[in-house]
Ligand binder design. Structure first.
Ligand code: H2U
Ligand code: ZN
Length: 377
């Protein structure tokens, strides 16, 4: 089969709505255009509009509140601090490292809520299904004033271990097909509490974003005999312009198709389908990359950087998924300072995502920052 290189930067008008052909070898270095163009996201099969010329536009819109002052190591009013009472009246243990509990306001419940009755009578235009699941909260540290960036690598490694244990434990339940591990950090991303914590929602169907990535990765493997993200990491490591940092086992990069200004992906260098497949040194390496990436984020605008992040990994339906390649997405909202954020509104809601700053410029900004020395928690 002769390898056919895609035209990743400029789509021909007549092919503009088709997905690029499968990448079978590393393309030559191409300069991204400085003019307006579209980029293709092969994981979700969506397009994004890039308008580099717009970065010069003046901003008279919303300015976010200045970041909060330094927090105490313990807050008697925090529902996640050790020994404190939560909203449902339960008392947290006096935990010293990490602490996991079932979300007191779970969006998913393990017992079916009886939608099935209604589902039987509905039209194909009114489709609904019962959904079972389990939601948990993971406290990363007893320290109220720290974030992933402020935790020592050894403590982040313990968080990685907790994620793995939860993924395995929840994934083993017969009715759980997917375990979504994520963190909302900062008020701007809707976090309800500054105490360092994340969430896990596990449910019985593949969530929409995961299903898109599942299909795209499966098709790519079927068509090329190769893994989409293995190929992608090879291209990015060859080009280098969108790499933020890397170590032996993980690479952090601004994806070619990034939507959010400083969006990044953390991808395992070895083809591995889930966190549970990582060897000990790889778990340390993941902790190292998370520490260095979040520290750079904090150093970007000199504030504790808000984001939503989460892992995408193989479903837990008991099948083999050779097409799945473990990765994390970081979606930070900030655009040009600690107080000016990117909004995904009008055009993005109605048409397609759009960005001004190019992914290459965003990666260069992040790459040039120190990945140590933050005192921002
Ligand atoms: P966020 O900061 O991402 O909202 O996550 C915190 C979660 O903690 C949230 O889902 C739960 C909320 O339901 N929570 C409890 O389970 N118990 C509480 O006492 C308060 C908040
Ligand atoms: Zn706290």
């Amino acid at each position: 089969m002769s390898p056919q290189l895609p035209e990743p930067y400029v789509a021909e008008p007549e092919t503009a709505n088709r997905q690029p052909s499968t990448v079978l070898e590393v393309p030559m270095l191409l300069q991204p255009p400085t003019g307006v163009h579209r980029r293709y996201n092969p994981l979700t099969r969506e397009w994004i509009l890039v308008s580099p010329l717009r970065t010069a536009r003046p901003w008279l819109g919303q300015v976010e509140a200045a970041p909060a002052a330094r927090r105490p190591a313990y807050d008697p009013n925090c529902y996640l601090c050790p020994g404190n009472v939560r909203a449902n009246g339960e008392r947290n243990p006096d935990y010293a490292e990490t602490f996991v509990f079932d979300n007191d306001f779970s969006a998913l419940l393990p017992r079916s809520q009886g939608v099935a009755q209604a589902a039987r009578r509905q039209s194909p235009l009114l489709v609904c299904h019962p959904e079972r699941g389990i939601c948990r909260v993971v406290c990363f540290s007893p320290r109220h004033d720290l974030s992933l960036a402020g935790l020592p690598v050894a403590s982040i490694r313990r968080v990685v271990d907790v994620w793995i244990q939860q993924y395995a434990e929840l994934g083993l339940l017969p009715f759980i097909q997917y375990v979504q591990i994520f963190e909302n950090k900062g008020e701007m991303m809707g976090a309800s509490n500054p105490h360092p914590h994340g969430q896990i929602w596990a449910n019985e169907t593949l969530p929409t974003q995961v299903l898109k990535e599942d299909t795209a990765q499966r098709d790519y493997l079927d068509e090329s005999g190769r893994c989409l993200l293995c190929d992608y990491v090879e291209i990015e490591r060859g080009e280098g312009t969108r790499i933020v940092l890397e170590n032996e086992d993980f690479v952090a990069l601004v994806p070619f198709w990034a939507t959010w200004p400083f969006e990044t992906m953390v991808v395992s260098r070895r083809h591995t389908p889930s966190l549970a497949h990582l060897y000990g040194p790889e778990r340390d390496a993941l902790a190292d990359v998370l520490k260095r990436l979040t520290t750079r984020y904090d150093n970007l605008f000199g504030v504790s950087f808000p984001y939503s992040m989460g892992f995408h990994q193989e479903p837990t339906d008991g099948q083999r998924h050779p097409h799945w390649h473990l990765h994390a997405h970081f979606y930070p909202p900030l655009l040009r300072s600690a107080t000016v954020r990117k909004f995904l509104v009008g055009y993005e809601m109605l048409a397609q995502p759009q960005r001004d700053l190019t992914p290459e410029d965003a990666a260069a900004r992040l790459r040039d920052l120190p990945d140590e020395g933050t005192d921002q928690h």
